[in-house]
Design a protein around this ligand. Structure first.
Ligand SMILES: *Cc1c(COP(=O)(O)O)cnc(C)c1O
Length: 389
């Protein structure tokens, strides 16, 4: 059979075909204790591929989801975590110990940064934030004790695109693993392991679950990284509810259809915003004007519906009047569900080495699945509040 496209895989992966007559979807299995037939089976050493010996290692529902993500990301094995942040902390704890130095790109998700400067610092790990535009020059930052390079591309809030292959290549030559938070692109639009990374993380809470009704994370690894992650998962005791793993699996089925619409509507909104005099910049890597556009075009096969724009400096009350007037954009954290969202950032978020892109207000938008013209009309009436002052 000729090789299939990813849209086809999204429909068929993670559907074990063991029974004769079967429902389309696998059952949600719950469980803690697994019963063994013989004493030999009970005391057998753990199978390196994580056979199901106890509920903390997951159930067949988790395995179906993990296998689907592994194949989509071209990895060796996937671990499920109870949130995207838990997936990130699992990776960072798997690779660090007291005295380690780690390199983290300056535009990572804020709680990732807080874990590094908080918990990891308390345990004696030194974090160096670097400008992700460094590319191959990352090698000038490597030390004997550098344990991991952690990337997120495009970066949170500011959407810079990183040359993942240049950085991962340098790290691999130095014997250092590279992990990439790939939440924005999903496995549909970017596959970091194909670009030299060793570990790929998803906040599956976002587009993979896709309906704002579950918390879920994944870590997909190469074969060489599997033992370290397995050990860390065992020692930290993370376990994810089977219902959430099931929601992740279900979300995959419609991921390509949803993302096509999120992408198209996101670009419609981004272009409308570009034409507004009060908007000083639109930070969306699929726009030809964006600084990371060439890299995005080289490495990504699409864009999701999350991006930011910058407004001229203005009063907090004006921004509040704008955001609160919107009927279709909710104000709230997270993104990747079917609904449109808006989160204004009144002050610069922490960056150690990069400049914040505006002295005004940065506004992050998530383009949901509503009609694009309805969303434009909503922004249009919202902008009237901005122009009043
Ligand atoms: C939301 C998010 C996370 C964290 O995911 P949770 O499931 O909310 O813990 C991690 N990385 C990125 C880029 C995110 O946007």
């Amino acid at each position: 059979m000729p090789s299939r496209q990813i849209e086809t895989d999204l429909v068929h992966l993670g559907r074990p075909h063991s029974e004769g007559r079967r429902f389309v979807n696998p059952a949600v299995q719950r469980g803690s204790t697994v019963l063994f037939q013989t004493l030999d089976d009970l005391i057998a050493p753990e199978d390196p591929f994580g056979s199901l010996r106890y509920g903390r290692q997951g159930t067949p529902t988790h395995r179906a989801f993990e296998d689907a993500i592994t194949q989509l990301e071209h990895g060796y094995r996937t671990f499920t975590a109870p949130s995207g942040l838990a997936a990130i902390t699992l990776v960072l704890t798997a690779y660090t110990s007291a005295g380690s130095h780690i390199l983290v790109s300056d535009n990572v998700y804020s709680p990732t940064r807080d874990f590094c400067t908080g918990m990891l610092a308390r345990f004696g790990v030194e974090t160096e934030f670097f400008n992700p535009a460094l590319g191959e020059d990352i090698k000038t930052r490597f030390r004997k004790n550098t344990a991991i390079v952690f990337l997120e591309s495009p970066g949170s809030l500011t959407f810079e695109v990183t040359d993942v292959s240049a950085i991962a290549h340098m790290a691999r030559q130095a014997g250092i693993v590279t992990a990439v938070d790939n939440t924005w692109a999903t496995p549909l639009f970017f596959q970091p392991l194909q670009h030299g990374a060793d570990i790929v993380i998803h906040a599956a809470t976002k587009y993979i679950v896709g309906h704002a009704d579950g918390m879920l994370g994944t870590v997909t690894v190469t074969e060489a990284c599997e033992p370290a992650l397995r050990r860390a998962a065992y020692q930290s005791g993370i376990a994810t509810g089977p219902e959430d793993a099931y929601l992740g699996l279900r979300g995959l089925r419609t991921l390509s259809a949803r993302l096509a619409r999120h992408q198209e509507t996101g670009l419609t909104l981004a272009r409308w915003l570009q034409a507004q005099p009060l908007v000083t910049a639109v930070l969306h890597p699929a726009l030809p004007e964006a600084s990371g556009h060439a890299l995005w075009k080289r490495d990504f096969t699409g864009a999701s519906g999350l991006f930011s724009f910058c407004l001229k400096p203005m009063r907090r009350e004006t921004v509040a009047a704008f955001a609160e007037s919107l009927q279709l954009f909710g104000m709230g954290f997270s993104w990747g569900g079917f609904e449109s969202l808006i989160t204004p950032e009144l002050k610069p978020r922490s960056r150690s080495v990069m400049a914040w892109p505006t002295d005004g207000v940065l506004v992050r938008l998530h383009a949901g699945l509503e009609n694009a013209q309805d969303l434009v009309s909503d922004l249009e009436q919202g902008f009237a509040h901005l122009r009043q002052t």
